[in-house]
Design a protein around this ligand. Structure first.
Ligand SMILES: Nc1ncnc2c1ncn2[C@@H]1O[C@H](COP(=O)(O)OP(=O)(O)OP(=O)(O)O)[C@@H](O)[C@H]1O
Ligand SMILES: [Mg+2]
Length: 290
């Protein structure tokens, strides 16, 4: 609870999570007798629309995340002082130049990787206090992942690939199997259940990967350039499926992308440059998706 209390009392942008102590351009805003600060107009406007939401606990909260890799005696700093809030039900896109740390950041948010320093809170709980089993369970029941590579198992058919998470969760006979089968039809793959990955197009394979990500009915879907290997028409179909999940089933979406269409449609944009967040991140859409 301590970190959560600090979040409110320090000069932190409650919407995006950025620390603003050393940021002179922070925008002040008075709400119910208290002063809050925002990194730019975008965050301020979002706060004004729904202050109650942003005074609550974020779904994912990165606090002072620092990541470096050490090779021999050489330490390479990848992320530094990254503070981020991801709010339940939002569609967030992460943009930035190649090598800026987007995938590293996403993997830390999704508990696939650990920060060198700093903390990751999920629904207010400090994940560094969780056991391996607890984080594994979060990853497989609350989180869903879609990567640029589809990572389908070549000797299993599409339906078997998509239901693997249910087999791992020992839930392979219930309602979720049926749901997963239905999703094939919803995503235009009703005739493709028995096809093996080599018998599917890239777009079809990625939709199978998305159905697999949804098998356990996750609350949040992390995508690392999920349309990166697809042509624009197929990419847009996948993007529409993701957005539909966000709009109709309130799934939180966090998508790393170079794709302007995705960034354009997101509610919130996180911009990374040289491993750090860029303030007033909303205005950088065009720069980093070209
Ligand atoms: N395991 C690792 N060991 C050493 N350096 C790494 C490792 N993983 C990533 N890096 C370095 O960290 C930096 C950020 O990598 P990351 O993959 O997060 O970038 P990115 O923003 O996703 O780039 P892209 O848009 O090209 O996918 C890069 O310079 C990369 O070389
Ligand atoms: Mg990347």
């Amino acid at each position: 609870m301590h970190a959560e209390h600090e979040r409110i009392s320090k000069k932190i942008d409650l919407v995006c999570g950025m620390h603003l102590q050393t940021f002179p351009q922070a925008l002040p805003y008075a709400h119910e007798g208290k002063e809050y600060h925002f990194c730019g107009e975008g965050c301020l406007e979002r706060f004004k629309k729904n202050p109650k939401k942003y005074l609550g606990t974020p779904f994912i909260h990165l606090d002072g995340v620092y990541k470096s890799f050490t090779t021999g005696r050489l330490e390479t700093r990848i992320l530094h002082d990254v503070d981020v809030h991801i709010w339940e039900g939002d569609f967030v896109s992460i943009i930035g130049p190649s090598g800026s740390g987007k995938s590293t950041l996403l993997n830390i948010m999704g508990l696939l990787d650990k920060p060198t320093k700093g903390k990751v809170f999920v629904r207010g709980v400090d994940t560094s206090t969780m056991s391996e089993e607890e984080t594994a369970s979060l990853r497989s029941t609350v989180f869903g992942f879609v990567f640029q590579q589809y990572n389908l198992i070549p000797w299993l058919n599409a339906y078997e690939n998509a239901t693997i998470p249910l087999i791992f969760a020992r839930d392979a006979h219930g309602e979720r199997m049926e749901h997963t089968r239905k999703r094939f039809a919803e995503m235009g793959l009703g005739e493709r259940l028995m096809h093996h990955p080599t018998e599917l197009s890239g777009g079809e394979q990625q939709r199978v990967a998305l159905i697999r990500a949804l098998a356990n009915d996750p609350a949040i879907i992390f995508g690392d350039e999920p349309t990166g290997n697809l042509d624009s028409k197929t990419g847009n179909m996948l993007l529409d499926s993701l957005i539909r999940l966000n709009r109709t089933q309130s799934k939180t979406l966090v998508v790393v992308t170079h794709d302007k269409d995705i960034a354009e449609k997101a509610d919130e944009i996180i911009t990374l440059k040289d491993g750090a967040l860029v303030p007033d991140h909303h205005v950088h859409k065009a720069t980093y998706t070209e």
